[in-house]
Design a protein around this ligand. Structure first.
Ligand code: UD1
Length: 416
């Protein structure tokens, strides 16, 4: 297995270009299941999760051509099934459930099971499809759904689930009648998907708010659309600039998508200025410790919690980081402790006391965003840090070591 090796202590300078968002690209690619006509999507990042999505779609008889611009043709769906082997490596595979039921009237999708950051059930996806008239049964670890045609319904999500909102929004585009999603998630990736679906002929209003209304249509057509830039990747580089006493231009990002982070980083003393095509992000002289609470969008993203914790490890005081979206999302803490951090977990919060120096160590990535936090800590640590199990990071960050290296970091990948 590949390793990433970092010699810390180099301030970051220069430009970094942000790739397409993984969490937008996945539902956008899968949305092509809703139509017989080809769809062409650009700004697709080169990531392991994208390759898994291609496998998932090809397994259903879908044709896929291209790499950063991809044409997806679901003229004929030969198997409305997502097998365990693929779903277990990428939970977002559950996103095929809604489109398959809507177009084919049936789907057999493996239950995702547990993952490193908590139980992450899909009960809200299932209940919503049942509310729309589907019969859903669980057999041998698989969700088996059937319906003649989904019916529009008013769905209330107990929690604003991102992939749940996307799944049911896609399903509702081909349903008979009007579907209203209440307490819907408001993430920019949902707006991106709604725009793509609208381009295919769907009738959707309210995406980006907590009430989304979808009026079903008999069929959808092909479209051409671009995936939005990855706000989590952008946020990771912004935090890196603050940690390393750097000054970088984060290009190709959408600043509004980063408001929660930008405000927090300014409180830590960083200077963040809009520039043509992105943000200039510069470290402050001192790192003020700040408290952070993760929330659904537009709150502070849980996908940046591990990274801001790495930053707070070298803050000048005490920081309380509270995780409210996922239980058990503190796997990075034990690794940061091995680098000299001072962190105590109390329930759903981590109390981080800033230390003057982190030290290089051998560490292990446990999940996607946890691995990013270890790279950030390694960039400022005294000495050498080795991060193993980097396949986690390859799921969601495109060419991370190349991008950091271009900014002046001493970072390299050792191929297995
Ligand atoms: C998506 C993102 C992930 C991000 C997360 C929260 C993708 C591919 N992944 O994950 O990167 O960390 O949003 O921003 O976009 N829940 C239930 N029942 C359900 C569904 C969710 O109880 O049926 C709970 C979850 O356990 C969690 C909360 O709802 O506590 C939010 O999860 P959700 O928004 O669904 O996360 P994902 O869509 O899986």
């Amino acid at each position: 297995m590949d390793k990433i090796v970092v010699n810390g202590g180099k301030p970051l300078h220069g430009d970094v270009r942000i790739s397409g968002a993984k969490n937008a690209a996945l539902p956008v690619l899968i949305s092509a299941l809703l139509t017989e006509s080809p769809c062409t999507f650009s700004n697709i990042p080169d990531l392991v999760d994208i390759k898994t999505t291609f496998k998932l779609l090809r397994n259903m008889g879908v044709e896929i051509e291209g790499d950063s611009t991809v044409t997806v043709s679901a003229g004929k769906i030969t198997a409305s099934e997502a097998p365990y082997d693929l779903v277990k490596t990428m939970r977002a595979s559950i996103l095929v459930l809604g489109p398959l039921v809507a177009r084919m009237g049936r789907a057999r999708v493996s239950l995702p099971g547990g993952c490193a950051i908590g139980a992450r059930p899909v009960n809200l996806h299932i209940k919503a499809l049942q509310d729309m008239g589907a019969s859903v049964e669980l057999h041998g670890g698989y969700i088996e759904a059937r319906v003649d045609r989904l019916k529009g319904a008013t769905i209330y999500f107990d929690l604003p689930t991102v992939t749940g909102t996307e799944n049911i929004m896609m399903a509702a585009t081909l349903a008979d009648g009007v579907t209203v999603l209440q307490n819907a998630a408001r993430e920019p990736e949902i707006v991106n998907l709604a725009d793509v679906l609208t381009g295919m002929g769907a009738k959707i209003s309210g995406a980006g708010t907590d009430v989304i209304t979808i009026t079903g249509v008999p069929g959808l057509s092909g479209t051409e659309a671009a995936v939005i830039p990855d706000r989590i990747e952008a946020g990771t580089f912004m935090i890196a600039a603050g940690m390393t006493h750097g000054d970088i231009n984060v290009l190709g990002c959408i600043p509004q998508h980063l408001d929660a982070l930008t405000n927090k980083l300014r409180d830590t003393g960083m200077t963040i200025t809009p520039i043509a095509g992105g943000l200039r992000v510069a470290a402050g002289r001192k790192i003020n410790s700040v408290d952070v609470k993760t929330l659904p969008y537009p709150g502070f993203p849980t996908d940046l919690q591990a990274q801001i914790m790495a930053y707070m490890c070298i803050g000048s005081g005490l920081s309380v980081i509270t995780e409210t979206v996922f239980e058990n999302r503190f796997m990075h803490v034990s690794e940061l402790l091995r680098m000299g951090a001072d962190i105590v977990i109390q329930g759903g919060s981590a109390v981080v006391r800033g230390v003057p120096t982190l030290y290089g160590a051998q560490t292990m990535a446990t999940d996607l965003r946890a691995s990013a936090s270890l790279i950030l800590a390694a960039l400022v640590a005294q000495g050498t840090t080795e991060i193993s199990r980097v396949y986690h990071i390859d799921r969601g960050y495109e060419s991370i070591e190349t991008k950091f290296s271009a900014l002046g970091a001493d970072i390299r990948r050792i191929k297995a």
